[in-house]
Unconditional design. Structure first.
Length: 378
């Protein structure tokens, strides 16, 4: 929303800064610091940053001034924390009856597990992703990062926009209770439906697919270089055989059908891997794609910044940052024709205190100085 013009105020305190500032590297020059982490910068572009000590008696008054000004309030504390701090939905509605209030936490606001604390990695496991990830004969594998967090924010955005649309017609605000656990379930719908309709429990199978062979990541020339290949139909299989110069594979009874290829998949993967290892992954991809076979290079992180498609669509927006230097922020993966995104850089801790408390909330310079001196604005 900030990237499309909304004024977004990120509230922290120096005693309790955003966890991304202190717990998640990489840091500029590998030196930790509150304004030196790339993780915070990447996920907090286009925001204004202020500091506020909600534990101070006057902190609540300042927070309520923000609530009265705002259209939307977003929080993801354990249920009950905001209410104990005097900022629950009912208290917020007294200050601003039309507020759209999004509560997004692990399990939602109600139910026997509502007060369960945790991180995205735990939700990833509880939502079933970990059980589906890994080799067939191996242990479940934890996905890197808080995967469900990235699913839930999409649903949160949609819910907030729907609530704002409703408010525009009715004048009413509302409380959105978003369970990140439940949001995660939306992304394993095929596995859930397979159990519901067929009684089958899907499990781990590495990079393989029940509906395709070959299907996997194959080694290519170079250090740790790979290309993924997926063949679903018989015409694709024959095209792959021709493109690799091994037309004889198409006549081999071991590979004469999908069922046959699945039965001899280890042998098939070895043959494919022996061919791919002779070429750079880009050449493998281009050769197979030209033949009508699904194939794609496994990009290294550095490759993503040079990818011509991402460059063409201006996915990366290089902006100056006072501490990080030139930093590549990620634009949304969609482009609105009339209102394209224009990301701004991420804030330093408390960088916009003067503007927000003064220009937006209307406090005088002397009042702001007093609140700083008394530890309300940290």
């Amino acid at each position: 929303m900030g990237e499309h013009g909304a004024t977004v105020i990120h509230v922290e305190s120096r005693s309790r800064p955003d966890g991304f500032r202190v717990h998640y590297p990489p840091y500029k020059d590998n030196i930790p610091g509150l304004d030196r982490t790339g993780s915070f910068a990447l996920f907090n572009d286009s925001k204004s940053g202020i500091t506020l000590n909600l534990k101070h008696p006057e902190g609540l008054d300042a927070a309520k001034r923000l609530v009265a000004w705002a259209d939307v309030l977003i929080e993801n504390f354990v249920p009950g924390v905001m209410a104990r701090n005097g900022l629950g939905y009912e208290a917020a509605r007294e200050v601003n009856p039309s507020i759209v209030y999004l509560s997004t936490c692990n399990m939602g606001q109600t139910g026997p597990k509502a007060r369960q604390r945790g991180f995205g990695s735990q939700l990833t496991s509880q939502s079933g992703f970990t059980y589906l990830t890994g080799e067939a004969d191996g242990e479940p594998m934890l996905l890197f990062g808080p995967y469900v967090d990235f699913v839930a924010v999409g649903f949160g955005l949609i819910a907030v926009l729907a609530a704002l649309d409703d408010r525009g017609r009715t004048g009413r605000g509302q409380h959105i209770d978003l369970s990140q656990y439940e949001a995660g379930l939306q992304f394993i719908a095929p596995a859930l439906l397979n159990h519901e309709m067929n009684g089958r429990v899907m499990t781990r199978m590495g990079n393989r697919s029940r509906h395709a062979a070959p299907h996997g990541a194959f080694p290519c020339r170079g250090e740790d270089r790979w290309c993924v290949i997926a063949v679903h139909a018989e015409d694709e299989w024959r095209a792959l055989c021709r493109a690799t110069g091994h037309a004889e594979w198409a006549e081999d009874p071991r590979f004469a059908s999908l069922a046959a290829r699945k039965a001899h998949e280890d042998e098939l993967d070895a043959l494919i891997g022996a061919w791919t290892s002779r070429f750079p992954p880009e050449e493998v991809m281009e050769t197979l794609q030209a033949a009508g076979v699904r194939a794609g290079v496994v990009n290294r992180l550095s490759d993503l910044f040079a990818d011509p498609q991402l460059i063409h669509r201006r996915t990366w927006r290089e902006l100056p940052h006072p501490v990080l230097g030139r930093f590549h922020y990620e634009a949304p993966p969609f482009i609105l024709s009339e209102t394209p995104a224009e990301p701004g850089r991420s804030p330093l801790l408390g960088e916009h205190n003067a503007r927000v408390y003064g220009e937006i909330l209307g406090l005088s310079d002397r009042e702001i100085e007093r609140l700083v001196a008394e530890g309300v604005i940290e």
